[in-house]
Design a protein around this ligand. Structure first.
Ligand code: SF4
Length: 143
């Protein structure tokens, strides 16, 4: 069975910044066809649950308080890349608009729910390694 990385919060794991998750629909259909590898780069980078919301500002990841948390975000992304290579993943289903997992669209760094073009830290890294990144709204493409 093909291995696919999946943001753990999309599988119901309460690892989001506020201790919540966002369970996806059609999980059973996905699991019939693929072996899902749950990952959370922010937790693998050493951050806590709960933690502050973060957004990307000029290439740096910043907590709402202003603290620069780029380093743990990057560390976690590289830990996920290790798993991607270990499991030979060619695809990842990542939570949309997250500063780690968001692909093509993220928040603009003003904490005002304004969306701009861009990638989260993990999505950027995986895409640069040739892994196809899909958001949860694109799961139908895999079914
Ligand atoms: Fe979900 Fe990714 Fe945020 Fe972890 S880092 S909670 S997997 S969106």
């Amino acid at each position: 069975m093909v291995n696919i990385l999946v943001s753990a919060c999309l599988l119901g794991v309460n690892c989001r910044y506020d201790g919540s998750s966002t369970l996806i629909k059609n999980l059973d259909l996905l699991m019939e066809r693929y072996h899902l590898i749950p990952i959370c780069p922010e937790i693998l980078g050493g951050l806590t649950i709960p933690r502050q919301p973060a957004e990307i500002v000029a290439g740096r990841v910043i907590y709402r308080s202003g603290e620069d948390v780029t380093e743990p975000f990057q560390r976690g992304a590289y830990e996920v890349l290790k798993l991607a290579k270990l499991y030979a993943c060619k695809h990842a289903i990542l939570k949309e608009r997250s500063p780690s997992c968001g692909h093509d669209e993220i928040y603009d760094g003003t904490f005002s729910h304004t969306i701009v073009e861009g990638n989260g830290v993990l999505a950027e890294l995986l895409a640069s390694e040739g892994i196809t990144v899909l958001g949860e709204s694109q799961i139908e493409n895999l079914l």
